[in-house]
Design a protein around this ligand. Structure first.
Ligand code: SF4
Length: 255
């Protein structure tokens, strides 16, 4: 099984962002020459203090845009990028990635906010972010969390989706994709997962994904950027279902 490695060491050269491990960090020149910096914000949550920092970076007339993955996009001139990265770092904010790792985790407001919610979503998004931010993967890995079957985050359209059930449990879907010409719904893999097993289960899924991409190699296509659904088209779900089952039966928990 491929052991997961993490890396968030990247350099802004003044022109482009470089990262030896191959993660594509979200600092990219746009068609109009402005640079977009993607700020990591699991579940789309920022504190007032953090919003003030972002407002200071872009200035009074500057633009901050939210993305569909609930990250925050700062649009600034290239010459301001170095100083902006320093301000983000000082405020404890991190740059989100575009490719090659777990993307900014999308989550609906969930318990404590939405009256419909069956369970926590934002706390879980933070835990997953802490556990897997900067994990080196074959390509993007999108995680979405919904607090109830109204499913405002569209969990089936993520590589990995979690939906809260009553009594602190979660259902798990795998293999969805919302983008491209052939979007897919993921498959329901298991219901009734206790909260404490989610981190170990996600870890095993990421390890299985990375291992299978290594094994399949050229079978996935020359130079292919292998999302989870590409792998599943070759292997089916069995190895992933087995990995989840093993964690559940081994009673591995994270508190
Ligand atoms: S998915 Fe459910 S809990 Fe989450 S915001 Fe929508 S209605 Fe509320």
């Amino acid at each position: 099984m491929t052991e997961l490695q993490r890396d968030n060491n990247f350099q802004w050269t003044g022109e482009v962002v470089e990262c030896e491990s191959g993660i594509h960090w979200g600092i990219a020149e746009q068609a109009n020459g402005i640079v977009a910096i993607l700020v990591n914000s699991p579940g789309g949550v920022l504190t007032g203090k953090q919003v003030r920092v972002l407002a200071e970076i872009v200035g009074e007339e500057g633009v901050i845009k939210n993305t569909r993955r609930m990250a925050t996009l700062l649009l600034i001139p290239k010459e301001k990028v170095g100083a902006a990265l320093e301000s983000l770092h000082a405020a404890g904010l991190r740059v989100a990635n575009l490719h090659g790792s777990v993307r900014n985790i999308a989550a609906c407001p969930g318990k404590g906010f939405s009256p419909n919610s069956r369970g926590d979503t934002l706390g879980l998004a933070n835990e997953l972010d802490e556990a897997f931010y900067g994990t080196i993967l074959p390509w993007d890995f999108k995680i979405g969390i919904s607090g109830c079957p109204r499913n405002c985050t569209g969990v089936q359209c993520n590589d990995l989706g979690l939906m809260a059930e009553p009594r602190g449990k979660y259902s798990l879907w795998l293999g969805g994709s919302e983008s491209g010409f052939n979007p897919k719904h993921g498959k329901l893999i298991r219901k009734g997962i206790i909260r404490e097993q989610i981190i170990p289960i996600v870890k095993r899924i990421l390890e299985t994904y990375a291992s299978l991409v290594e094994e399949l190699g050229a079978e996935l296509g020359e130079g292919a950027q292998a999302r989870l659904y590409h792998v599943l088209e070759k292997t089916g779900f069995e190895q992933f279902e087995k990995a989840v089952e093993e964690v559940v039966l081994s009673n591995t928990i994270v508190k």
